[in-house]
Design a protein around this ligand. Sequence first.
Ligand code: NOJ
Length: 763
Amino acid sequence: MMKLCMLGLAMAFATQATFAATAAPPLQDKQAFIEHLINQMSVDEKIGQLRLISIGPEMPREKIREEIAAGRIGGTFNSITRDENRPMQDAAMRSRLKIPMFFAYDVIHGHRTTFPISLGLAATWDMQAIAKVGRTSAAEAAADSIDMTFAPMVDIARDPRWGRTSEGFGEDTYLTSRIGQVMVESLQGSSPANPDSIMAIVKHFALYGAVEGGRDYNTVDMSLPKMYNDYLPPYRAGLDAGAGGVMVALNSINGVPATSNTWLMNDLLRKDWGFKGVTISDHGAIQELIRHGVAQDGREAAKLAIKAGIDMSMNDSLYAEELPGLVRSGEVTQAELDQAVREVLGAKYEMGLFKDPYLRIGQAKDDPKDVYADQRLHRDAARDVARRSLVLLENRQQTLPLRKAGTIAVVGPLADAPIDMMGSWAAAGRPNRSVTVREGLRRAVGDQARLIYAKGANVSGDKAMVDYLNFLNFDAPEIVDDLRPAAVLIDEAVKAAQQADVVVAVVGESRGMSHESSSRTTLEIPAVQRDLIKALKATGKPLVLVLMNGRPLSIGWEREQADAVLETWFSGTEGGNAIADVLFGDYNPSGKLAITFPRSVGQIPMYYNHLRIGRPYTPGKPGNYTSQYFEEPNGPLYPFGYGLSYTSFELSGLSLNSKTLKRGDTLQAKVTVKNTGKRDGETVVQLYLQDVSASMSRPVKELKNFHKLLLKAGESRTVSFNISEDDLKFYNSQLQRVAEPGQFNVQVGLDSEAVQQQSFELL
Ligand code: NOJ
């Protein structure tokens, strides 16, 4: 009923909006409908559509509604309830042309329900689980009147100093592309016009993850082959999956800011890739062109941005201030302005808003009484995905799983930290809804075991750092220090450990340490927490480290102290329950790292699929003029694709069905995987390829496929992979995508290092 009314309203709108002699074309004809609308619009109304504003304290609500009614705002972000957004849509319906608003939000890893951070989602290597995250997030966000999300973020991150490493899917092009595709498909469903779908905006176009030194907002300088082979494919995969838009990155690329980069947005995105959706600047990015040193004033910045292809300006007043004059003087043509407007209106059309501006807002009588209500959460989904994201890094003498018996000491600054459970960009998630590790363990053991808790240490002993991190949260400080001296906190934890049979220490980073604008110079756990670990180790009790962090940490020393190490990222609303499931063996861990863990910050960049070199490191031969650092062992602490299980798996008998591959044909690689342990468990069989000799140096190996599968204790299964010419292609130095004839190595493993190998020749 509601839908029919709205359709009627939209049709009425389409007719009312007709000021020209011609009749409004039917809504079904997208192109004609939009062109007709553009013909009705004044220059000011067109410029209004390009304005995306943040709802915050800067502008009073009433003023915003006036602006909308005057046709001066196209969309907003950060207002996330139906009763907040309805009056704005009402204002749009009072505007002369009644062009609907859209409402956007950063729905990155959940909306009301917080799932693990993206780096944790990637560690599931489980596309069904990831699709569940996308679908659930979209449905929850749509139910809160959100039409669009600025996600997925598919920036490849190979420098873990970068705080936004937490927001992406790791270092690998193939894995990130697959996840980006699944995220877009699941957020948008069969159409972004569905009432329970939201439009996906792929970000940050492009190369944001490659900022120099891992320092946020820094420059990016990169060769074209590296760009095309490693960094661009995930954005392309998201767009090919149908993402409605692109958010343009804050960084410059080879000297030209992405926001004013004609090559990036016009030549590559529009012409080469044929992208037809909307482009949105990042927050304030047009203004920043002045500070980048490519525009001398706001007028030039606005002109550069629109000419380069930025349709919508996010929280940046320059389009509104400067475009009227620029269009009047002819410096920006009507055609350029119309093109930007066309894409914005096109996105609104695709989101179903012309058909029904209230599609996701609904009627007031149906608004949720309590938007925070627990019944609105999807706890089962959150727990299921969270436990799949956990990566078992160490497990000496089968310390894990723990028994639900005796006394367990739960210590550490992150053991009972509801805010940190959620990770950064936790959207509409609320800390008081998240289950901490302490709480998860308590629920798991019930009265079968005794739990003793002690904080043991603050996250950091550095007050300046804590003050910095507290900028994240306006409502309450992120980090509340225990003001007792560090030694007193440690003593308390040691006393707890002494009474216990086993110690679970939850340590790592507060969520703000892995966030936008949170780049680090070290990958170490802060010193006060290391002091705690040392004191716990000295008790001689079995020590389980539960890590929380949003980037790889260099934990070479910590892993020597611990009997078991479980990487849990920031695992979301149900994180504590999921961690308890794994610690007690109610779930057998199956996560695999989507990013390499270096031994030290000095090894960065360290990623598994680096190019081959003339003098590769040869172990066991010191001073042999091969590529290495001499102060510490070479190679990663934990390689890409690594993760243990409570059972063991064995790969054997890798075989190819042919020694040659003809173009257009398919080759099959087969391998047997056996669960050789006593528990059922899942593992990920990973396929890597290496081009042995090519017209340019190629990576030592590259992930090209994987299968995640569940094997019962003792069960064997044959896994097969098809390899085609397409898997062998790369961009050569002329940027042609080619597969060159010659030998290729096929490597299959349960991580990227311990692999079996066979070869074939591409004819
Ligand atoms: C800035 C961030 O870079 C971007 O990822 C985010 O979507 C916007 N702010 C909006 O919150």
